[in-house]
Design a protein around this ligand. Structure first.
Ligand SMILES: C[C@H](N)C(=O)N[C@@H](Cc1c[nH]cn1)C(=O)O
Ligand code: ZN
Ligand code: ZN
Length: 481
């Protein structure tokens, strides 16, 4: 069933209002990873809840309790549940998204203030933190609701919503909410859900819409090394004491080599190699080494072979070093020996890897390597958060509906991709509800999620809103078989 023309026309006619909605959301710096920004995440939850209510959605804020971050006990931002429609003759689609964002500072190298949506008329792009990940897509659903509400049109399906404010920090508390909710049976806000749709990733390139049927999992670690009681003068103490930073850099250098091979014994080895048949899937995708270089902003691809680069992201684990807390990083040439440093790194996981089978390998390897240093500093390792990988059946009717919707809006057949990023709750939805989960991305491969100058093209926001709405009509038209 094609989406009605008046819905599509409404979206075209209300572009400016939709962009203003995104601008208001980007203004709220809802960074879940920074304790001082926690009230902004709560403010963003309220804004989103009011938007849903304005278009007839019944909502509920769920208190997720507290958690510890950087040694502080903090209240978790509430999750927002929503529901609209209860027609037994219609299918029920559960929409998930997140309203928190990654940190961003102008001094990181942004060309514009990250929490102001900046419209570039020449390129048709909207710059701002969260524009693509994930405020644009979440508000795309709100735009669909607004259009139906204003046109007094019934939605083609019943909708349920689950929006969270901790996705960028490990989705703390959400698994428990889902499992508790599912236990309520008929009383559950998820009762009767036929499929889940998530718009929280990106096309592979800048040209071809995608449907995504896999995500990598993640295990995030913090290695702490401490020694002296305070920062020391390197002229006074250099070569007299064990330096925490030297120990840490030595350990970090033993985790991954410059070609991306993971050096922790047993981790890469857990994943079976791709056979020739599987490699063909990657060769067939509309992607080139230039696409990687364009989205990375540098000619730095690990190989000239497209299939091997794509497999690196979609079906191999990767280990990335993220940062060092406590290290001197300012301007000038401070001659300090930092007293206490913490290295942060994460491993993206693919089946059959899970945090449970990978964490012990990482922890015991680093403990052994630290002992080999013969250092008198202290060593500890923490796991900050984890999530399992997920792979879905992409022949399901929900994927078929999304394919038809993509062909209707973009006049193109979508790429079928596995995403290198992680959305920890995806597998929980799949397992707890026992239904198919579809990832239906709105943004392009060069959006720069998590990076400086994150953007969403206006055309992706507007056509993406049409795509989300059209998908609901195609779900209504398809079979449940
Ligand atoms: C793919 C999704 N939009 C995303 O960016 N997920 C994050 C989740 C995460 C896990 N730890 C911190 N954030 C990601 O893949 O990094
Ligand atoms: Zn993200
Ligand atoms: Zn996201």
């Amino acid at each position: 069933m094609a989406a009605p023309v008046d819905f599509l026309t409404y979206v075209d006619d209300h572009q400016d209002q939709f962009i203003q909605r995104l601008a208001t959301a980007v203004e709220i710096p809802s960074v879940s990873g920074e304790p001082a920004r926690r009230p902004d995440v709560v403010r963003m939850a309220k804004y989103l809840e009011e938007q849903l209510q304005a278009y007839g959605v019944e909502t509920k804020q769920v208190d997720l309790g507290t958690h510890v971050m950087d040694g502080q006990t903090l209240p978790l931002p509430p999750a927002i549940l929503g529901r609209i429609g209860n027609d037994k003759a219609k299918k029920t689609v559960l929409i998930y998204g997140h309203f928190d964002v990654q940190p961003a500072e102008l001094s990181d190298g942004w060309s514009w203030p990250p929490f102001t949506l900046t419209r570039d008329e020449k390129t048709g792009r909207l710059y701002g933190r969260g524009s693509s990940d994930d405020k644009g897509p979440v508000l795309g659903w709100v735009n669909v609701l607004e259009a139906h509400h204003q046109l007094q049109k019934p939605l083609p399906v019943n909708l349920r919503f689950c929006f969270e404010g901790m996705e960028e920090s490990g989705s703390e508390g959400l698994d428990d909410l889902i499992l508790e909710e599912v236990k309520k049976g008929k009383e559950s806000w998820f009762d009767g859900v036929d499929c889940v749709c998530i718009s929280d990733n990106y096309w592979l390139n800048t040209r071809t819409p995608a449907l995504t049927y896999g995500l990598r999992g993640i295990s995030y670690y913090k290695v702490n090394i401490a020694g002296p009681a305070r920062d020391l003068h390197s002229g006074v103490f250099g070569r007299m004491v064990h330096e925490p930073m030297t120990d840490l850099i030595t350990l970090l250098s033993k985790l991954v080599d410059p070609q991306g091979n993971i050096l922790v014994p047993g981790v890469d080895e857990m994943v079976p190699a791709a056979d020739e048949e599987e490699k063909k899937l990657y060769t067939a995708l509309d992607y080139s080494i230039e696409d990687v270089e364009l989205s990375a902003g540098g000619k730095i691809a690990l190989s000239d072979d497209k299939a091997s680069v794509l497999m690196g992201r979609m079906r191999s684990p990767s280990l990335s070093l993220h940062g060092i807390e406590g290290a001197f990083y300012g301007a000038g040439a401070k001659t300090v020996i930092p007293a206490k440093v913490a290295g942060k790194f994460s491993i993206r996981l693919v089946p059959p890897q899970t945090p449970e089978n990978v964490d012990p390998l990482v922890i015991s390897y680093l403990e052994t390597e630290f002992k080999k240093l013969g250092s008198k500093n202290t060593f500890s390792i923490e796991n900050l958060h984890g999530g399992k990988p997920w792979v879905e059946d992409h022949k399901h009717w929900s994927y078929e509906a999304a394919r038809r919707a993509t062909e209707a809006i973009y006049k193109q057949t979508p790429d079928y991709t596995r995403e290198g990023g992680s959305i920890p709750v995806t597998l929980t939805f799949a397992e707890a509800l026992g239904v198919n989960v579809l990832l239906l991305p709105m943004g392009r491969g060069d959006d720069g999620a998590h990076s400086t100058n994150e953007k969403l093209d206006i055309s992706n926001y507007i056509e993406g809103t049409k795509l989300l709405g059209t998908y609901l009509y195609e779900v209504a038209a398809g079979t449940k078989a």
